[in-house]
Design a protein around this ligand. Structure first.
Ligand code: ZN
Length: 455
């Protein structure tokens, strides 16, 4: 927690116009007022017994504005930190707040925030009524703290002396972020070095997964670039990552570029620079985390001992690993099929079919004749039939003839045309322009949370 607390951030509940007026009225933090009398720290446990939690009244805009106006009239603001072993009540009492006020404030906060989430090091901004108009020994006027970038809790004393709390979402703005780099270690590590959030990279990998085999196609020196949108607070701290607008990968010199394009129904899909949908009819690797253990073509058979044409590819994966339908289609066969063991064949559109062998078991719902969607789990990796160990034997058939699943060229599931293509071309030009206009990783350096470890 190295962020400095911004008193101004608490005023975002006001309308934009009010921010302009009142932000300038905030007084700078001053030392904690001295309040006489020994104070017994309270624990939350005892507090829970003594206080019946009730839904606090929401603070109206007017009251909030009054609070700001009071600040302008000379309230004292002081920041304290939660220390190990302290409850929120402890912190308030140690800061000189009387028990009743601490009770009231904590009760109100508990109504809008889970107090168990309070972290050591959390900063709380306490506002004291320096004028002491109510004659209290410890005139606490407000407690404010930020729970996440752009989110804060604001508690203020009402005119009747009780406290009301509310969660305040800061006004955020959307902006584009450009990140790019060269792969020097893994893709995720290289992206993390550039400050690109793991969340964004995960989404990017998903976009490219129809075209790129991330286990085999990525080489040192390959390049990646991404432009995504995120929301940031007024002082530039990222709150939420939004959609990827543009992404590219240069793999062994081949450049792939994908652009986001909003459909008429509002959903976003991604297209190549030629306006082809990136989603393909069939997946090349219908099992996650597998390694290619035997490729398509002539090979010496590991069990039979002589050379045979291998009409599919083998993916080694632990027994029980889920196997997905490579594309939308109909389950044509689901049977025990000699050397294939437990076997499924799916018929797809445009004369394609896929076959899956050696399954340990089938998923119960997809029996022969049932419709299946791409990515649904049809069975699990095993070693039934003629197999030396657990693996998926996978075949793609084009007009009843096996083709190499790794190299077969699939048609795109969709190609934009006519007026839609023209519209896409405009969106593409705008994205290119926006990307070119952004500094490389301009908003990333220092602004983002340190990237978490790659998965
Ligand atoms: Zn095989």
């Amino acid at each position: 927690m190295d962020k400095t607390f911004e008193p101004g951030a608490l005023l975002y509940a006001c309308t934009g116009a009010l921010i302009g007026i009142f932000a300038t009225l905030m007084v700078p933090p001053v030392g904690v007022p001295h309040f006489p009398g020994a104070i017994t720290p309270l624990s939350l446990t005892s507090l829970a017994e003594e206080v019946t939690l009730a839904e606090p009244d929401p603070i109206s805009w007017t009251e909030d504005v009054q609070g700001v106006a009071r600040a302008a009239m000379g309230l004292a603001v002081h920041t304290v930190k939660v220390r190990g072993g302290d409850t929120l009540a402890d912190v308030l009492v140690k800061a000189g707040i009387d028990r009743a006020a601490a009770f009231g404030a904590v009760e109100a906060i508990g109504g809008v925030y889970n107090l168990k989430k309070l972290q050591v090091g959390q900063e709380l901004e306490l506002t004291y009524d320096a004028l002491g108009t109510t004659g209290e020994a410890t005139p606490l006027a407000a407690v404010n703290f930020e729970t996440a970038p752009g989110r804060s809790i604001s508690v203020t004393r009402k005119d009747d002396g009780t406290f009301g709390a509310e969660e305040i979402l800061a006004i955020t703005r959307r902006e584009f972020v450009r990140g790019e780099g060269t792969i020097t270690s893994t893709l995720f590590e290289s992206a993390a070095d550039e400050g690109i959030p793991v969340e964004v990279m995960t989404a990017m990998v998903k976009l490219f997964s129809y075209d790129v085999d991330f286990q085999r196609d990525i080489q040192r020196g390959d390049k990646f670039a991404v432009m995504f949108e995120h929301t940031v607070t007024d002082d530039g701290r990222p709150v939420r990552n939004l959609d990827i607008r543009y992404a590219s990968m240069t793999l062994s010199g081949t450049l792939l570029k994908f652009y986001a394009f909003r459909q008429d129904d509002g959903s976003i899909d991604y297209y190549t620079d030629k306006g082809e949908g990136i989603r393909k009819a069939l997946m090349r690797t219908p099992v996650n985390g597998a390694t290619l253990t035997s490729s398509f073509g002539m090979r010496r058979h590991p069990i039979l001992g002589y050379s045979l044409m291998h009409r599919g590819v083998d993916f080694g994966a632990p027994a029980g690993t889920p196997i997905m339908a490579a594309g939308d289609g109909v389950i044509e066969k689901r049977e025990r099929n000699a050397s294939y063991g437990n076997y499924i064949r799916i018929r797809h559109a445009s004369g394609y079919a896929t076959a899956y062998g050696h399954m340990s078991r089938f998923a119960t719902e997809f029996t022969a004749g049932k419709r299946v969607r791409q990515g649904q789990i049809i069975g699990f990796v095993g070693a039934t039939g003629r197999a030396t160990g657990p693996h998926l034997h996978f075949e793609i058939m084009q007009n009843a003839k096996q083709v190499n699943p790794i190299s077969v060229k699939f048609p795109s599931s969709e190609k934009l045309a006519g007026a839609t293509l023209a519209k896409f071309k405009r969106v593409q030009a705008e994205a290119d322009q926006a990307f070119a206009g952004l500094d490389k990783s301009s908003d990333l350096a220092g602004a983002l949370e340190p990237p978490t470890a790659a998965p």
